[in-house]
Design a protein around this ligand. Structure first.
Ligand SMILES: Nc1ncnc2c1ncn2[C@@H]1O[C@H](COP(=O)(O)OP(=O)(O)OP(=O)(O)O)[C@@H](O)[C@H]1O
Length: 273
């Protein structure tokens, strides 16, 4: 556990383009009939950062993620990705944007009838037209990139551990070399060691590839150990955002109890030790 809480946050801004805003959400309102879930919400994510997105259960984290990904229709506001307003984007622009996004859904794991290699190739088949041999080679590189042994490539999801499934799902999310990956509770269901290893992998990808990560999580360990910035969803908008240090100083009641509750205090002490 102690190694988990040792901070592995970004050490510098050395990679090109760091700081550039890749996703900008402004005045976003999402409602299901009369029920407003998000009300004039603003959010930015910058290149090369890991943004941890937290909020009470049912506060709308998944709705926001699905709206950004174009799976839920917004009522008003703008969502701008890579400088393009999604509402006015042409079909071709939208396709190019989609290819720059990787997604790891919490329950959307892997196709059970496909091997790991075939799962990783799903986005490649959808968006690219590559010869089979090249696709196999590229998918294999992704399998290795996420730290899976080569023999995992020919296995089916039912033959893998929980941690290996998450890695394989990450490999699939990285299939097209995206600029941003959206991870929906990536460490849920993993034991602390598996979760720590997954966090370290994500941090390594930020540091070596400049990957930008939007991580919805309830996992305090992840928030303390890898997130460069945290955004808290509450009252239908981003209530507070900033570093973990900012969260620890916040007097907002939900943020206070979440980040300064007993468990959070123990993690903070361990991280400082
Ligand atoms: N398709 C839908 N139709 C109607 N209401 C919906 C729909 N999808 C989500 N909601 C409602 O939107 C609210 C926010 O749900 P959401 O799943 O985004 O919460 P969450 O913050 O991700 O919660 P959790 O942390 O428990 O996963 C909930 O009240 C939910 O019932």
């Amino acid at each position: 556990m102690a190694s988990r809480t040792k901070t592995i946050q970004s050490e510098g801004q050395s990679l090109n383009g760091r700081g550039e805003v890749l996703l900008s959400v402004r005045d976003l309102t999402v409602a299901f009939e009369e029920k407003v879930i998000l009300d004039k919400l603003d959010l930015d994510i910058k290149r090369g950062e890991i943004l941890g997105f937290v909020g009470a259960s049912g506060s709308g984290k998944s709705v926001l993620l699905r709206t950004i990904l174009g799976l839920i229709r917004k009522r008003s506001g703008t969502i701008n990705l890579f400088g393009v307003d999604l509402e006015t984007a042409s079909e071709e622009e939208r396709l190019r944007i989609d290819m720059r996004l990787g997604v790891l859904f919490q329950h959307g794991a892997l196709f059970s009838a496909l091997t790991v290699l075939e799962n990783v190739q799903v986005p490649m088949r959808e968006y690219l037209d590559l010869p089979r041999k090249l696709m196999n080679e590229l998918a294999m590189l992704k399998v290795e990139l996420v730290g899976l042994p080569p023999d995992a490539a020919s296995k089916y999801p039912s033959e893998l551990s929980g941690g290996m499934i998450k890695r394989a799902a990450l490999a699939r999310a990285l299939a097209l070399d995206p600029d941003i990956v959206f991870l929906d509770e990536p460490t849920s269901g993993l034991d602390p060691i598996g979760a720590a290893e997954f966090d370290e992998l994500v941090a390594k990808m930020r540091d070596t590839m400049g990957l930008t990560v939007y991580m919805v999580t309830h996992d305090l360990d992840s928030l303390f150990s890898v997130c460069d910035r945290v955004a808290v969803l509450g009252n239908k908008k981003v209530l507070v955002e900033g570093t973990i240090a900012d969260m620890l100083k916040s007097e907002e009641p939900w943020v206070r109890s979440y980040f300064r509750g007993k468990r959070a205090r123990q993690l903070d002490l361990a991280a400082r030790a």
